[in-house]
Design a protein around this ligand. Sequence first.
Ligand SMILES: NC(=O)c1ccc[n+]([C@@H]2O[C@H](COP(=O)([O-])OP(=O)(O)OC[C@H]3O[C@@H](n4cnc5c(N)ncnc54)[C@H](O)[C@@H]3O)[C@@H](O)[C@H]2O)c1
Ligand SMILES: O=c1ccn([C@@H]2O[C@H](COP(=O)(O)OP(=O)(O)O[C@H]3O[C@H](CO)[C@H](O)[C@H](O)[C@H]3O)[C@@H](O)[C@H]2O)c(=O)[nH]1
Length: 330
Amino acid sequence: MAILVTGGAGYIGSHMVWCLLDAHEDVVVLDRLSTGFRWAVAPEAKFYEGDIGDSELLNRIFASHDIEAIIHFAGSVVVPESVADPLTYYDNNTVKSRALIASAVKAKIKYFVFSSTAAVYGTPDGNGPVNEAAPLRPESPYGSSKLMTEIMLKDAAFAHDITYTVLRYFNVAGADVHGRTGQSTAGATHLIKVACEAALGKRNGIDVYGADYPTPDGTCIRDFIHVTDLVNAHLRALERMRAGGSSIVANCGYGRGFSVLDVLHQVKQASGVDFPVRIVERRPGDAVSVVADPMRITRELAWEPCHDDLNFIVRTSLDWESRLSRRNTY
Ligand SMILES: NC(=O)c1ccc[n+]([C@@H]2O[C@H](COP(=O)([O-])OP(=O)(O)OC[C@H]3O[C@@H](n4cnc5c(N)ncnc54)[C@H](O)[C@@H]3O)[C@@H](O)[C@H]2O)c1
Ligand SMILES: O=c1ccn([C@@H]2O[C@H](COP(=O)(O)OP(=O)(O)O[C@H]3O[C@H](CO)[C@H](O)[C@H](O)[C@H]3O)[C@@H](O)[C@H]2O)c(=O)[nH]1
């Protein structure tokens, strides 16, 4: 049987594809290549270029492959973009996920893993780590669009014979330790990616969006998880469901927060480049501090992170960024 990876040409999805192939799984990828790249998909995976909302294409995929599970990464991922263009986010993340879930139910797919986000929590109460029972108060259309998909999945699984795992990612960063893939989107907005571009001279420094937040150094705090640990959690989720585990929602993070300035300090140290840092206005939609309580994933999925180290995360990101420069100058 095969695993269908939607968004498998994107940053996290392309790592998932390698991880599944390394575990000797058969992999089918569906991606419309809006932010992903065909070259990022491992050659051993079967690739379909198309949209998750195209139910005819999905029917063809289900007819051609014996799909056991769907791991659903495809979506639009930039928080401020969702604030500026909410309806596009609701369409791509919610409406099209509904179509994908409907196709999965119709085809009697057994297992579904969904990429959700810490953005469903908004700004958690207090400064401590947030667990899965915390109130769900997204502060951006991006977060709301993902929360709606979580709700649809829960209701669909109640009514139909499908088991799901919702993984709420905190801030994903780093790159494949073998250098096979990494974050490659041009004009990226993610902090570590932008900082690495600045370190390698691809940008003229970095803007820090607000240094007047109620945190020790005034900048926002995030829990950065290495992408390899993250995709391994998906593999654990699949194994757990295959062993009869019931539907579950789990945070994916390490449980430790770093401020924006902490991260920039690490990137400067690891690269040896003192790039310019400019403090500018706050960015709409940013929560102050978002750190995971990883208890559930550790316990239920027997997940053991291997790369809980900001310096390692930054170094693999820098390595990938250098590879990308060489690749683009071929
Ligand atoms: N990067 C993070 O820090 C982070 C954090 C939390 C959650 N997530 C979630 O993880 C998933 C993957 O994120 P990413 O960082 O790899 O983003 P990405 O933009 O690199 O990957 C998304 C992929 O989905 C494809 N895609 C988008 N809409 C599609 C559609 N309608 N049909 C088919 N393909 C489509 C894109 O071409 C791209 O290859 C997303 O669902 C995102 O919400 C990411
Ligand atoms: O050039 C930059 C980029 C980011 N930041 C700051 O760095 C922090 C992290 O920002 P990112 O854009 O890297 O990530 P977000 O926390 O906004 O969002 C990410 O993590 C979320 C989960 O917490 C979502 O899942 C989302 O998909 C993913 O983009 C924020 O305070 C942001 O204002 C800067 O100061 N300058």
